[in-house]
Design a protein. Sequence first.
Length: 135
Amino acid sequence: MRIVLNILWLLIAGLWLAIGYVFAAIVCFILIITIPFGIAALRIAAHTIWPFGSTVVRNPDAGAASIVGNVLWVVLGGWWLALAHLAAGVLLCVTIIGIPLGLACFKLVPVAFWPLGTEIVSVQDARAFGVRGPF
């Protein structure tokens, strides 16, 4: 079922959302000082293309630098990526078939808004480490 959902996701929303992340990464790489944000954007772009079967977990070792970085991320462009996920999620939830895809969009809103200090892991790894959540 995950493969079917991932293929539908890729065709309907995943590719377009990933292009937004790649664009944000390119801008971050051009500005040089924001290269860590570009790396985070590319990591999330990979997850955005194929989200079913993996999940986002908070890194307990992330310190104050990730908080400061997240505030800068929100100011520089994280808000529009989160808004894109929110808008796509609402549009996908209009149809019954799109509801699982819309819920995946809503799951990615916090990651788009606050990406630093998180890790993307497979569902099996998350369960092995005792992380519970909507997989």
